[in-house]
Design a protein around this ligand. Sequence first.
Ligand code: FAD
Length: 381
Amino acid sequence: MNFVLTSEQKMLLQTVRDIARRELAPRAAQIDREARFPRDGIQELARAGVMGLMLPPAIGGGGGDSQSFVLATEEIAKACASTALVFVTHAVASLGILIGGQDPLKRKYLPLLAKGEAIAAFAATEPESGGNPAAIQSSAKKHDGYYTVNGSKVFITSGGEADLYLTVVRTGDGPGPMGLSCLAIDKNATGLSMGRKDERMGLNGSSPRELVFEDCRVPQENLVGSEGAYMPLGMVMGGLGALGAAAIALGLSQAALEASIAHGKGRLILKQPIGLYQGVQFLVSEMAATVDAMRAQVGWVAHVRDTTPPPHLDVFKAKLFATEMALEVISKGLQVHGGQGYTKDFPLERFYRDARGLTLHFGPSEMLKETIGKFLMGLMP
Ligand SMILES: Cc1cc2nc3c(=O)[nH]c(=O)nc-3n(C[C@H](O)[C@H](O)[C@H](O)COP(=O)(O)OP(=O)(O)OC[C@H]3O[C@@H](n4cnc5c(N)ncnc54)[C@H](O)[C@@H]3O)c2cc1C
């Protein structure tokens, strides 16, 4: 593993850092307060070529590796975690089309996704399925060159804002995860409508929404991966999603650490900085040590993802660790800020609310622990 950045990675880091400081950070509180989709920030990232970071240069992408993806995601999340979630979701759905899409679909959408001129979303969760794909009920019946899709999806990031929804549906009668397929569904498809928009605790700019499919017509060529064989594709996309969630958790934790160091130096009591209190030094030291451990693990699993075939169990371990630890790190940062940290005048409370969603999405912690445990003991079916 190489922790030394390449010149391309350094340039990418500088580009994203500039956009994050100039465009994303100043708007983050307002985006959170008004639950507004961060369209301007996404367009800035698109103009700089960041939205297609991991897609091949031949179609207008950046050809970046997992390490580059982590670097960009962390920087975006430090400024605005809602924007980072939209970015990661777009990367996950774009990857699905890259590896599983048929040629006409790739030709139509990949150049737009690479340039960020179209935004992609991923729709698996249903009211009755939770995080278990085996329980997905939305159906797709094939006839006359089309699939007819019926059902609904909930909590979909970029819902109503994305141009393309990579949607998991049941095409066969096979039990559980057998018989599941993935369809790329255009926002203008007949029979697709946007349902309820969720009011969330955090990540408020990510436009979480229900999708409703009523006899929705999808061309057969929009099948992504083989019919009835969604699971291997889902594992690869889920791995990138988990890496992205870990990088968002890292970005939020780093932001909390930097804010707490500044507060420790700047907040005066009896004309002395509170950083002189040993209790505050302990909190900041524990935060810093945990953030270092998170960064080392996330960097390591990015390397593993690029150099070994899936399934990437280590990525799921890093997602579990980083998202759970982010809550501890940010909570300590909030403690450093005292009562001010509990107000909306400081970003700590937003960081905490944003981080809280990450232990639920891209594999809730409990399901990840089950998967990791089963793999380690050779009990995975
Ligand atoms: C911020 C955010 C963004 C999201 N974006 C998207 C998106 O873009 N697309 C999308 O499809 N979904 C999205 N989701 C949905 C998310 O993937 C689900 O919330 C998640 O899969 C869990 O499903 P659920 O909420 O129905 O919880 P449930 O499945 O009802 O789970 C409730 C509890 O039971 C536990 N549990 C459930 N099953 C098991 C099991 N087998 N073993 C052990 N414990 C279990 C869970 O860990 C959890 O603690 C998003 C959610 C959040 C919070």
